[in-house]
Design a protein around this ligand. Structure first.
Ligand code: GRG
Length: 303
């Protein structure tokens, strides 16, 4: 039985839905429209980003931004940039050369809805567009802050972050990884982007180093708890809930937390990490409650 409960689940649900709506509108505004023949690319970018997904990363950016008094426009642009990077990773992850997945967010994956070349270009466009958005003065009027956001997101998504995690993930299909190696893989593949999301509000709000560190520590534990829950969902979930094929890890012969520790222990570890994530927010007042509730939600979710 989960020993974590969300005190006010409807409130969290409403807050997450509101954040998703806001970030969807921001992404829609940002993606170019009606610029001639390349509209086909913009259409694929819209398809890959809008109308689906839990929007956990944007919710984290927006909650972190609220905590540090950041204006809505800066927060939404940053949240959209992170979601663009996340969506690029999903589009490329689904490609035939990688996971070869036909289903994503309950509908045809990008290369199935369009074609492979378009899906590759869509991922490229989303990734680079994220940095165009962050470096624009509309995100922050202080260029040093924009530069810090660009630097932090690039390092979270790049060769010492998500992409490094992804290459380790591909290796995990062919080699037996132990729990330590899986932990490192997941910290890179999912955790680094989570850490950026939690820290982004503190960067935009020019918070203290101590506050930034607390946010990163929160996200590191949350990211791992999220991934452990993902492993459990892959074993136990149905594609009806997740909108992607079930038991993909097992089919790929991949070592995961669930395959190494078993489902129950993985769930327990995830709960322990969620509690630890919440403990890192100890210095913040109730404005950090959405982030506390998010940690509780992450280990109870079914999709
Ligand atoms: C190998 C060419 C090539 C590309 C791979 C870098 C990269 C592209 C992929 C990174 C790995 C990856 C897909 C990370 C995301 C892992 C993850 C937990 C995805 C699911 O996130 P959710 O549950 O999904 O937040 P929604 O749909 O809710 O946004």
């Amino acid at each position: 039985m989960p020993n974590i409960e969300i005190a006010d689940a409807p409130k969290l649900q409403a807050a997450m839905s509101h954040a998703a709506e806001q970030v969807d509108k921001a992404m829609d505004r940002l993606i170019p429209k009606n610029e001639g023949r390349e509209n086909a690319l913009f259409e694929a970018m819209r398809y890959a980003t809008l109308g689906g997904g839990k929007r956990v990363r944007p919710f984290m950016v927006l909650s972190s931004a609220k905590l540090f008094g950041v204006n809505d426009d800066s927060a939404l642009r940053t949240a959209a940039a992170v979601e663009f990077v996340h969506c690029y990773s999903l589009v490329h992850d689904d490609l035939p050369a990688v996971d070869n997945s036909d289903l994503r967010r309950g509908r045809a994956s990008c290369h199935k809805a369009f074609d492979e070349a378009t899906a590759i270009l869509t991922g490229d466009a989303l990734l680079t567009f994220a940095f165009e958005i962050l470096s624009d003065p509309a995100t922050h009027d202080n260029p040093a802050i924009c530069c810090r956001l660009v630097n932090k997101l690039a390092s979270a998504a790049g060769p010492r972050g998500m992409v490094a995690g992804q290459i380790l993930d591909l290796m995990a299909e062919k080699k037996d990884f132990d729990v330590g190696q899986i932990t490192r893989l997941q910290r890179l593949k999912t955790g680094q982007l989570f850490a950026f999301c939690a820290e982004a509000g503190a960067i935009l709000g020019q918070a203290s180093t101590q506050a930034r560190d607390a946010m990163r520590s929160y996200a590191n534990d949350l990211g791992l708890a999220f991934q452990m829950t993902d492993d459990v969902i892959d074993v136990e979930g149905s594609s009806l809930d997740t909108g992607k094929p079930a038991k993909q890890d097992e089919a790929a012969g991949k070592s995961t937390f669930a395959s190494l520790l078993g489902v129950e222990r993985t769930r327990e570890h995830a709960q322990m990490l969620a509690n630890q994530a919440i403990a890192h927010l100890g210095d913040f007042d109730n404005r950090a409650d959405p982030l506390r509730d998010l940690a509780r939600y992450v280990v109870l979710r079914r999709a």
